[in-house]
Design a binder for this molecule. Sequence first.
Ligand code: ZN
Ligand code: MN
Length: 501
Amino acid sequence: MKYDIIIGLEIHAELKTKSKMFCSCDNDAEGKRPNTVVCPICLGHPGTLPAANKQAIEWTILTGLALNCKVSKLSKFDRKHYFYPDLPKGYQISQYDLPLVYDGYLEINGDKIDITRIHLEEDTGKLTHPNNKKYTLADYNRAGTPLMELVTEPIIKTAEQAKEFCQKYRQILRYLEISDADMEKGQMRCEANISAQEKGKWKYEDGEIKPIGNYKLNPKVEVKNINSFKAVEKAINYEIKRQIAALEDGEKLVQETRGWNENIGKTVSQRVKETSADYRYFPEPDLPPLNIGAKWIKKIKAQLTELPEDKKKRFMDQYKFDGETAEILTGEKDLANYAEQVISELRAWINATGDNWERQKNKLAKISSNWLINELFKHLREDKLSIGDLKITAENFAELITLVYQEKINSSAGTKILEKMYKNGGDPTDIMSEMGLEQIDNKAELEKTIKKILTKNKKQVAEYKSGKENILQFFVGQTMAATKGKANPKTVIKILKKMLS
Ligand code: ZN
Ligand code: MN
């Protein structure tokens, strides 16, 4: 490949504060009628005064701390001017030269992706263009929602890395419980700046892409309208191909904004990009600058919870989970907390039996992670439910694990019991008795059943004896069927081997 790909990201996330950014309007407009959650301030009426939302400021600083950023001692809001019908004031209150936090990084698979800044601003209203109508509908419920914007340095190299950055960032926002960051709902919006430069003819210096010698840099293209993580990857990959093809054809690329069109799988030119001078930024005269002292930062830092990466490392360390298992278990904070509650219940149980927890914990953690990941989390995902909707208490889930661990039930019985608990809750031991699922481990009883099976299948017995040892599985299957799936497979195999030899 003759070109280097240079990608920078701008990610907007709506904060789920109680009220809007500069007024006391309800910040939760979901399901509410258009233009009912508005006031003279968020509609920008003359003579009104904004007041900044302290919670939104603290959450932005908190995000900065989670992403290794520095906090500005002095920060301020600025007006960014442009005209668009979804912007009632004719300007957006944003931050220009003094963002709340700056100079951070997020590690993606060992690569440090530098973060230039995270600043706070307000969201716009929403326009709808009904089909075949000559008008546009404007809803200002969203106008004034606190919007946190993160900007990365232009150092991302692939579409996949860009997608992973967005996913990790969302995970952190959810861990901090400051934004649901659902891309489909527009609560998180990713924009990518992409350019292709000839290898060896550019350098990255002081946060800027600079040409070497008399090389002329190719312009960057900003891609908007990306509504899912998959689309982040697809849109960037499309744009990389388009730019390289254009360069190879000797076509001249222009600095522009393009929109990702999911239906046709292409980016489409929207407008030639403004430069920051076009926005005529100036300090917002109605809001005082912010002095952010060490004491305030310390107070915010105290709210920092264990972050996904740290939790993952601790899970691997403490319970000896492999990386992949730990990654899945800590994917969402609620799931991770549930998993730890289950393990803590198991610990209490082991201690009560007088056994040594340190000796048993890795084995119990492994059984738990199998049942959590392959059964419980899978069900939740398929039904689009969260831990909050779950009818199974951590205590009952742990009890199910103890039944498996003690071999009171086999895994097929465990699955049946879990199905029932998932639907109606309940105690797994009770369900096991009710459904008669207790594992058959009685040697004499199993020997009787197996003897019958061997007598009935003389041909297969002869085959086994002539060396076809995998026919053993056939006999196991027959025995499981005869015991309605309740036999202990380990015992069955032991008996079968002995009888057949
Ligand atoms: Zn308002
Ligand atoms: Mn913005």
